[in-house]
Design a protein around this ligand. Structure first.
Ligand SMILES: [Fe+2]
Length: 422
């Protein structure tokens, strides 16, 4: 289909063309019309008199003044547009940084992103994050490559003074270089930005003489520092949560080991094998982490099974559902509950508690099923007499497609081969 040509609109044209069209219609055409009227009606009467030269002078003056006004206006518009463009680019960089900062849970990554964005939005030679170390000293943290040692030695004093001033006033601070010694002829800008552990700190940029600082960048730098501060708090909270998560899991696993004295460290070994299979299957880091904790807690329901009944098959069949019920009310563990609930389902649908089959069983549960059976068959401390690794592998492969997912069995076979199994 042929494209319809654009209708001409003055406002749809690039700046230069629009300005020239406006100038032509608003100044050149009226001036030409005026000149024609003068030439046609007034000139014959004025010819030879002094008034003729006056009229001519006025016409020429109008033409020159309108041209000068046009050029000045065009330059002003161009500068304004360039400024808008710069602001727009800064805002885009800030938005990209906000997205990256909110997604990151590593304080080092957050600070690296913050200094890189600070250098971009400010157009600086280098950017840094500094943390106050005691009364006088500063600890220099993340920096853009141009700000790495020893390049930063020449501007250290000026940047630290700006950071000092920013912390005192709790506001952006700008400090010029001393010239010749510390900061050369450049300029440092610092914005308060505390470290992840709450120590006072500052986000700073350095502009050398070749890159003058635009004060319009200060609000953007301040917003960036605020984003980084929030992201650092979130990362700290996440680290605390993970610490609790790991330690609480360890406590439960230890309690389970004490409860089931015949299979010490079963959960940790199952987690290790599950991790190897999961990596082989190409699971993401987030899924591998979920798999790790689900494998550690897969038999946690056994804590609810009376110690005197751990050999009673009917009682033991309850443990996947009991484990899931224990995890469901705990927010940080609730997404592990289905993985624990289904780790005794069989691939052909003849397992328990729900008789799920194939891909309706969560992949993590299918992985744990293989890892758990491997450990039960080979571990010295198990509820049954251990068999050799070759026989255990044979039994697992024989149950492929019946009890186990063939794809998971193949991945486990590959893991064993990598570990030197025949
Ligand atoms: Fe189990």
């Amino acid at each position: 289909m042929a494209r319809r040509p654009h209708r001409f609109s003055l406002f749809a044209q690039p700046l230069d063309r629009a300005a020239f069209v406006a100038y032509f219609l608003g100044a050149v055409v009226p001036l030409a019309a005026l000149a024609w009227v003068v030439r046609r009606w007034a000139w014959p009467a004025l010819q030879g008199s002094e008034g003729a030269w006056s009229v001519l002078g006025v016409l020429v003056s109008i033409a020159v003044l309108s041209l000068v006004s046009f050029l000045a206006l065009r330059r002003t518009a161009k500068l304004a547009l360039a400024r808008l463009d710069r602001e727009n680019q800064r805002l885009q960089a800030l938005l990209r940084a906000a997205r990256a900062l909110s997604a990151s849970t590593s304080d080092q990554e957050i600070l690296r992103q913050a200094v890189a964005t600070a250098a971009t939005v400010s157009g600086a030679h280098a950017a840094f994050h500094l943390v106050r170390q005691g009364e006088e000293a500063w600890q220099w943290g993340e920096a853009t490559s141009a700000g790495e040692r020893p390049a930063r030695e020449s501007l250290r004093t000026t940047v630290q003074e700006a950071a000092e001033q920013a912390l005192e006033s709790l506001a952006p601070a700008i400090r010029g270089g001393a010239g010749g010694d510390g900061g050369g002829g450049g300029l440092a800008v610092a914005i308060p930005c505390a470290a992840a552990d709450g120590r006072p700190g500052a986000l700073a940029v350095w502009h050398d003489e070749a890159r003058p600082f635009d004060p319009g960048a200060v609000p953007v730098l301040s917003t960036l520092a605020a984003f980084a501060t929030v992201a650092l708090r979130k990362a700290e909270h996440h680290a605390t949560e993970r610490n609790f998560y790991a330690h609480a899991t360890n406590l439960l696993v230890s309690a389970l080991d004490a409860h089931l004295a015949h299979q010490t460290d079963h959960s940790r070994r199952v987690a290790q094998v599950s991790n190897q299979i999961g990596r082989r299957l190409g699971l993401s880091e987030a899924r591998l982490e979920r798999l790790h904790f689900a494998a550690l807690l897969h038999d946690i329901g056994m804590l609810r099974v009376d110690r005197r009944k751990v050999a009673d098959l009917e009682a033991v069949r309850e443990h996947p559902a009991l484990g899931a019920q224990m995890l469901e009310p705990i927010r940080v563990w609730e997404d592990l509950a289905p993985l624990v609930r289904h780790h005794h389902e069989w691939f052909d649908g003849s397992g328990y508690p729900h008789g799920l089959a194939g891909s309706r069983i969560p992949l993590e549960s299918r992985i744990i099923a293989v890892a758990e059976t491997w450990d039960a068959l080979t571990a010295e401390q198990s509820y049954q007499r251990p068999v050799g690794e070759a026989e255990a592998l044979e039994r697992i492969e024989a149950a492929s497609g019946v009890q186990f997912d063939p794809e998971v069995v193949r991945a486990f076979r590959a893991v064993r081969a990598e570990q030197g199994a025949p």
